[in-house]
Design a protein around this ligand. Structure first.
Ligand code: NI
Length: 259
């Protein structure tokens, strides 16, 4: 077993922030973590994620188009994703979703259409999805209440309300918790964390972003999953090793291609 027994269920190791020291960092992570899932955000980053997953046993990839990157999405993007989805080291479609924060993003209807197309693709390959939801909680919840069926999902870096969490947990969806859960002003995330059933909880970093306390502002890396997990164990009053084992079991149940 690795030193911590933890998975980072969401890290962008393909990001250029890791160009200077990616290999050394990954060598260290291999000691510290059970595994890392690297989602893609467009064609280039999905290809990079798949490449990393092919090189390193403990790294797995997801492929997809992030809602911030839809401006120049190629007409045949689903065919391209379908080719990657056949790779056994691709364990999910993601990250996909809705992002209403950036005004320059594509219109909401286009974002929803592309999200639903990618969800259909995930269903064809019996893969779970990794959801990005930024300032789109109302529309996202409505989609999952009314339209989305027959697919497993994790709401990565969950930032919705407790009420939304209750609706999603009722349907068996998973919640990713990362550095934001350690921030002083993130009382809402901690309330959700206390509520969420332990068997629906995942840890993540979203590296290189959202670095947990006490390194907030510096580059995040998957090794800092441990900081979030330590913080969560204290908050929930549970044993760290037990929480690590539970969240690792959750990763393998959700991302079922992981052996
Ligand atoms: Ni991300």
């Amino acid at each position: 077993m690795s030193r911590t027994g933890l998975w980072d269920s969401h890290a962008h190791l393909d990001d250029e922030a890791f160009n200077p020291d990616r290999e050394e960092l990954i060598a260290q992570l291999q000691q510290d973590l059970e595994g890392v899932i690297n989602p893609g955000c467009d064609a280039a980053s999905s290809a990079f994620a798949v490449k990393l997953a092919e090189i390193y046993d403990f790294i797995y990839a997801a492929v997809g188009w992030h809602p911030e990157n839809l401006k120049d999405i190629p007409a045949n993007y689903l065919e391209q994703l379908a080719v990657w989805a056949q790779n056994p080291k691709v364990v999910a479609i993601g990250e996909i979703g809705l992002d209403y924060y950036w005004k320059e993003n594509e219109p909401r209807e286009a974002q929803k259409r592309i999200l639903l197309e990618q969800i259909d693709l995930a269903k064809q390959f019996d893969l779970p999805i990794i959801i990005h939801d930024r300032d789109a909680h109302g529309d996202m919840l409505e989609l999952f209440q009314k339209e989305v069926r027959g697919v497993q999902a994790v709401f990565h870096c969950f930032s919705g309300s407790l009420e939304m969490a209750k609706e999603l947990a009722k349907r068996g969806y998973y919640f990713g918790f990362g550095g934001t859960s350690t921030f002083k002003n993130s009382q809402k995330v901690r309330e959700v964390m206390k509520y969420v059933p332990r068997e629906l909880m995942l840890f993540e970093t979203d590296s290189p972003y959202l670095t947990p306390i006490p390194y907030r502002g510096k580059r995040n890396n998957p090794g800092y999953t441990e900081l979030t997990a330590l913080h969560a164990a204290e908050l929930l009053g549970v044993d760290f090793a037990e929480l690590a084992a539970q969240t690792t079991a959750n990763v393998k149940r959700l991302f079922k291609r992981i052996p």
